[in-house]
Ligand binder design. Structure first.
Ligand code: BTN
Length: 258
């Protein structure tokens, strides 16, 4: 393991780089339990049990992609936890924007996917622990496909990497440092109570939030309707044909109808 000093929101901090981990989120959680301070970041060259949302695995071969987890100790109201996923997605989109030219179309697919030219390039898994009804810590896990040149058959239709889209190679360390800097900036906004800024930024970066006909999987049940923005806690509003507006806290957009 290699330790790298970096500054998280102007405070000296550390990135721990590992050759192999089961999951960077798991290691960040273990460190959190030992009292490590917020801003501690774990990165692995490969993950043997990389995790995605909803119990899925995250394909994590060695070297080509970024597997990063950031430990936070927010003073947020637990209701606003979902906004940390939004912050992760905004930071990922901004970082991609910093590195790719304008020919590529970046889009945030609520709640946690970053798409480039319609394919998934990055996913975010936020996990948290509570002490009573207070947030004890949060781990923001980000998997960013940077330099892969191919994907397994079951992913090749839906997943891509920056390299496949732009033809360029990306430096993982440079990319990680920029991502952490963008994450820090948006996290600070949230901590300072500026959730409206975060939600407005999501609206700027995502084509999914307003006036899109979508089908959302709520973990078994599916609903279809037109998106009507996000609430102040980051939940998606969907207006069904009946006129009823459903507020979706956690789910996944599975289908679009144009
Ligand atoms: C998703 O889109 O389902 C979320 C994917 C999150 C993957 C990242 S890779 C770094 C961190 N460690 C994990 O085990 N998962 C997250």
């Amino acid at each position: 393991m290699r330790t790298q000093k970096y500054s998280f929101n102007s405070l000296e901090n550390e990135i721990l780089w590992f050759p192999t981990l089961a999951s960077t989120n798991d290691t960040a959680k273990e460190l959190a339990e030992t009292g490590r301070n917020e801003g501690t970041c774990t990165i692995a060259d490969e993950q043997t049990r990389g995790r995605g949302r909803q119990g899925r695995t995250w394909h994590s071969p060695p070297g080509a992609a970024l597997y990063l987890s950031l430990l936070l100790r927010p003073t947020l109201h637990p209701e606003k936890l979902q906004l940390l996923t939004v912050v992760g997605a905004i930071a990922a989109a901004e970082t991609a924007n910093d590195f790719v030219d304008n020919d590529s179309i970046l889009d945030i697919k609520w709640p946690n996917d970053l798409l480039i030219n319609g394919k998934k390039v990055c996913g975010i898994l936020v996990e948290s622990a509570f002490e009573g009804n207070r947030i004890k810590y949060v781990v923001v896990g980000i998997g960013f496909n940077l330099n892969q040149t191919s994907f397994p058959d079951d992913l090749s239709d839906s997943a891509t990497s920056l390299r496949l889209q732009t033809g360029s190679e990306y430096d993982r360390e440079e990319f990680a440092l920029r991502l952490l800097s963008n994450l820090g900036r948006w996290y600070l906004e949230l901590q300072q109570g500026k959730s409206e800024e975060v939600i407005n930024k999501l609206g700027e970066l995502s084509s999914f939030i307003v006036d899109k006909t979508v089908t959302v999987d709520l973990g078994g049940q599916q609903i279809t309707g037109v998106t009507r923005g996000v609430t102040e806690t980051g939940s998606l509003r969907i207006r069904q044909d009946s006129g009823e507006v459903i507020v979706v806290n956690s789910g996944e957009i599975v289908k679009l109808r144009s």
